[in-house]
Each structure stands twice: as C-alpha cells, then as structure tokens.
Design a protein around this ligand. Structure first.
Ligand SMILES: Nc1ncnc2c1ncn2[C@@H]1O[C@H](COP(=O)(O)OP(=O)(O)O)[C@@H](O)[C@H]1O
Ligand SMILES: [Mg+2]
Length: 236
C-alpha cells in the first residue's frame, strides 16, 4: 500500500473511526489518480473564503463531521456559491443547520470544493463478498441505482475489457451513448475510473465498502463529487 494511504487509514483508526471523512476518502482516491473535485479544508470563515478564491467560483461547502455520514440530510451541503459573501453566509448556515439537526456533532472543518457542472451522474461502488472478496459495481446515479437496481458487478482485479463490459451491460447504457438529448458520456474516462478503483481496492484490503456517488460524466472527462469509504472493523 502507498505510504500516504496508510497514513490516512491509521489516522481514522487512531480516532476510532471505521470510515473516512470525505476529504480523506478523496485524498485516497487522488493518490490512485482518480478525478476528484478540487477541495480544501477550512477551519474558519476567512480560510473558507481564501480557499474559495484559490479554487475558483462557483463553490460548494460541506460539513466535515464524524457524526454526519449523510451530509445533505442535515443541511450540511450548500451548492453553487457565487461569491465571497455567499461563502461566508453558507459557512455560518452549515454550522447552524448541523448543530440544530445533530446535537453534539463535532464539526472538524468545512470542506470547500469546486462545483462540478451538472451532467449525467454515474456511480462506482465496491463491497466485499464474504466468499469471493472485493467486488466493484457500476451504474447510473439516482433512480437507476436506487429504484431500478440497474448495475453491473465484477470481482476485482478487473482489466480494460471487463470495465468496458461493465459499462456496456447496464440496461440504461443508451443514456451514456447520448440517447434523448443527453450528453454523450466520455467512456474512456469511465473505464479509467473503474480500472483505478480496482487497483485501489486490490492495494488496500482495509476498504470494506466504497461509494463514489455521484460521479459527473461529461463529453470530455468525469468528476467524482462525493466519496465514502467504510473500513474493515478491527480483526480478531
Ligand atoms: N462539488 C460538487 N459539485 C456539484 N454538485 C455537488 C458537489 N458536491 C455535492 N454535489 C451535489 O450535492 C449532492 C449531495 O452532496 P454529497 O456530497 O453527495 O452529500 P451526501 O453526504 O448527502 O451524500 C450530490 O449528490 C450532488 O448532486
Ligand atoms: Mg453523496
């Protein structure tokens, strides 16, 4: 495993967490060359504004808290902030929202990140099959995965042909091809994401579950907007 990856995981262990916070999960993904949104962690309103200026508007702010796994459920995600005043206001609003909805939540910071333009949303996930080991999943985001369960699976490691098949075999594949006026998806970018995710899963057996959801896919390129990692529990 890469040294940097080990550090991210041991920090979570030291803090008695069996999951990674979004900035940790995204850092891990970035180590394997996965295209995550640009982001910085801010500990004050001024830091959030400085980070936003470096990253460039529009900006998204999100809560970073070990007590908050589903950030938007508690008003912990504010999208499309267009200027400094918007960032300041959202910074305060997220603190208020989270304190009201999750009493006692420790807010470790605010994640400042680039706003990815909306597009077709796909997801890449991973779970461990008790018998066969790590499995990688691909599907379209939203109702396609939640209601229709239109997803494809493979055991890892996968090769390029497997990645191509995974993408091609979902029922909604035509949407990625640009059906009904949807933007044609950059299939090569998706193949790269699947291959790099497979590499990361092979390299880090501590990953119990992974959820890259959503990934915005464009005619050129793709962007991972949210990343969640659940770690294996302590052994023995
Ligand atoms: N950087 C971003 N750019 C564009 N949209 C975003 C970004 N981050 C989040 N979103 C949108 O907000 C939704 C909720 O944010 P997310 O980080 O996924 O929070 P949650 O913890 O609730 O899953 C996402 O599903 C996506 O539609
Ligand atoms: Mg999410």
């Amino acid at each position: 495993m890469k040294g940097e990856a080990e550090k991210i995981i041991s920090k979570a262990r030291e803090e008695d967490r069996d999951f990674l916070l979004e900035p940790e999960a995204k850092r891990l993904c970035a180590l394997y060359g996965l295209p995550v949104t640009r982001f910085e962690v801010a500990k004050s309103e001024d830091e959030a504004v400085e980070a936003a200026r470096r990253i460039g508007f529009p900006i998204v702010l999100k809560v970073i808290s070990p007590q908050v796994l589903h950030k938007s459920d508690v008003g912990g995600v504010i999208l499309n902030l267009k200027d400094e005043e918007g960032v300041r206001e959202a910074y305060r609003r997220i603190h208020e929202n989270v304190k009201a909805k999750v009493p006692g939540a420790v807010i470790e910071g605010i994640l400042v990140q680039e706003m990815a333009p909306s597009s077709t949303e796909v997801i890449v996930g991973a779970i461990k099959d008790p018998t066969f080991g790590p499995t990688i999943m691909f599907g379209l985001g939203g109702i396609f995965v939640e209601i229709l369960r239109d997803v494809s699976f493979r055991l890892v490691p996968i090769e390029r042909v497997d990645a191509e098949e995974m993408i091609g075999e979902i029922k909604a594949y035509k949407i990625l091809e640009g059906a009904r006026g949807m933007p044609k998806a950059d299939k090569e970018a998706l193949i790269e994401i699947l291959l790099k995710t497979s590499e990361m899963l092979m390299d880090i057996p501590e990953i119990k579950e992974l959820d890259l959801n959503p990934i915005m896919v464009y005619e050129k390129g793709a962007k991972i907007v949210d990343a969640r990692v659940i770690l294996e529990g302590a052994k023995g």
